[in-house]
Design a protein around this ligand. Structure first.
Ligand SMILES: N[C@@H](CCC(=O)N[C@@H](CS)C(=O)NCC(=O)O)C(=O)O
Length: 303
């Protein structure tokens, strides 16, 4: 079944997943979604989750790059995303790259772009985050955030100091993809911000090596085709952990805990230590199962 990645090209979290697809040399199709709301075709699949990326394989819908990567490794184990055989710590690294490292990249990019940012984008992101999008405050923070960005990047340079090709050794893995995308985001969207990376030993050569991995065998699919693929598919069998037994088969709501917190509602049909699976019926997409990670999401019963 085709791997569909709901994405847009400028999305850094999608770039993390695209590089993982490249490491695994997988065939997949990009389903381009709008950068701002409304996203009716995406919400037909997820129920409420509007963020990008979302991976779809038939009627199984995976939210969040952290869970997408985990599922890619589960379904397509070779070549592994964990060449140093350290999958736990490699996946935990997202709590650094996707948060403080990413925040520093965002601050440097949008503080640098200032008034050049599209007003519709600003308004959308204010609604998403519940915070004002204040270019003047962002500009004032650039010197500090640029220093933070450099300190994050210096950790990558330090890891490369024994001359290794990739962060885990001779072969690329998730840690490369997850560290790379923040640098890619800054370089691609506000090149002057990349001054923060200058002179860090090994960094540029490593960046070029990760860039050269590419995105695997990329095709495209329309949003309508993706909804049709969900309707035609049958979700995988799922089972609920014993510790979640009280919620099994019950109506639940799952939502991200940081931003974009609109709850996904449905029936809890699966769980593991790393995820929850929620079955829902959609008038267009039919019966789908939406999978969310446990980390950075919350699950509650619907009364
Ligand atoms: N923790 C999420 C973060 C996803 C995220 O924030 N994605 C950005 C785009 S890179 C987004 O969805 N922005 C708002 C939007 O596109 O609606 C993940 O790892 O996938």
């Amino acid at each position: 079944m085709t791997i569909l990645l709901h994405q847009y090209d400028s999305s850094p979290f999608s770039e993390k997943v695209r590089i993982c697809l490249g490491i695994k040399q997988l065939s997949w199709a990009a389903v381009d979604q709008p950068v701002i709301m409304p996203k009716p075709d995406l919400l037909a699949l997820t129920g409420a989750y509007r963020r990008i990326p979302v991976m779809q394989i038939g009627a199984d819908i995976y939210c969040d790059s952290v869970l997408i990567v985990r599922e890619l490794e589960r379904r397509f184990p070779e070549p592994t995303l964990f060449p140093a055989r350290t999958p736990g710590i490699d996946q935990a690294l997202a709590q650094w790259t996707d948060r403080s490292f990413f925040q520093a990249a965002v601050a440097v990019i949008f503080g640098g772009l200032g008034d050049a940012v599209d007003p519709a984008f600003k308004k959308d992101r204010e609604q998403l985050s519940g915070q004002p999008f204040d270019p003047a405050a962002m500009r004032a923070a650039v010197p500090h955030m640029s220093g933070q960005l450099r300190a994050h990047a210096a950790c990558i340079s330090e890891q490369l100091s024994d001359g290794r090709q990739f962060l885990s050794g001779d072969r690329p893995g998730l840690v490369d993809a997850t560290c790379y995308y923040n640098l890619w985001f800054v370089r691609s969207f506000h090149a002057p911000g990349a001054a923060a990376f200058e002179g860090l030993p090994g960094l540029d050569a490593w960046y070029d090596r990760v860039h050269a991995i590419g995105h695997g065998d990329r095709g495209t699919a329309s949003r309508e085709d993706a909804v049709d693929a969900a309707r035609a598919g049958t979700p995988l069998e799922a089972s609920v952990l014993a510790e979640d037994a009280a919620l099994a088969g019950r109506e639940v709501a799952a939502a991200a805990t940081d931003y974009g917190r609109d709850p996904i509602r449905g029936t809890l049909v699966g769980s593991s230590l790393h995820h929850w699976s929620i079955a829902r019926e959609d008038p267009r997409a039919g019966g789908v199962v939406v999978h969310v990670p446990r980390l950075t999401f919350a699950l509650s019963p619907v009364q």
